[in-house]
Design a protein around this ligand. Sequence first.
Ligand SMILES: NC(=O)c1ccc[n+]([C@@H]2O[C@H](COP(=O)([O-])OP(=O)(O)OC[C@H]3O[C@@H](n4cnc5c(N)ncnc54)[C@H](O)[C@@H]3O)[C@@H](O)[C@H]2O)c1
Length: 220
Amino acid sequence: MPSRTTISPPGEGDPMKHAVVTGGAKGIGLGVVRELTAGGWTCSILDADPAGRIVADELGGAFVRVDVTQPEDLQRAFAEVAGRFGSLLGLVNSAGINRTGPSSELAAADWQRVIDIDLSGTFYACQAAYPHLAPGAAIVNLASVFAMRALPGRVAYAAAKHGVVGITRVLAVEWADRPIRVNAVAPSWTDTPLIRDQVAAGTLDLAVLEHVPFRRLASV
Ligand SMILES: NC(=O)c1ccc[n+]([C@@H]2O[C@H](COP(=O)([O-])OP(=O)(O)OC[C@H]3O[C@@H](n4cnc5c(N)ncnc54)[C@H](O)[C@@H]3O)[C@@H](O)[C@H]2O)c1
């Protein structure tokens, strides 16, 4: 068995508290970037939406435009931000989408897009980050309540988020010796552009909030 290294929090003279947040241009990822920055972290935003550059300019981090479905994009982006700010102590995988509709009619392209971004994108980002993660680093993957609960019309999303939990469990045991912690969080409906767009498109009825004890959206 390889020996385990003790995890100690970074102190004076230690590397910069540098985190990468995929999907950090909007929604939950943007909230994470703001919180981490307020806590003294430097954040590198990896997102397909160029709005991430405005956030990075405002908060003093970096932005690299990537599509998380493209492993080579991610490898280049992680190398670039690690070259600029040093190795990573954090990675938050928040890039994600949803496509809803009856399972009997869901287009194959919609199924594939959700799997590509939410599931494969999460794995590709973990893999691309691996060589740049400092000992003691933490990865947090965005799963969802749909990794545990079912409602109609969300088959691709539920499959992807169950898969995110699987990725998280395997990496957590595989990378523990470095040591790197790998965890997932499973939010319920949260007030972000993802949810607002679905409500506007008529693909999400906020009557679903009857399943939430507080009967309201979570806020970022
Ligand atoms: N909002 C919710 O109710 C909720 C609940 C549970 C889990 N989640 C999960 O949390 C994460 C963030 O959701 P959100 O509500 O903040 O969504 P959002 O749409 O507000 O933000 C998602 C971000 O991901 C980026 N993104 C999408 N596809 C990408 C791609 N191919 N490459 C790079 N970036 C891409 C978008 O540009 C955007 O900035 C997602 O994984 C989502 O499934 C959201």
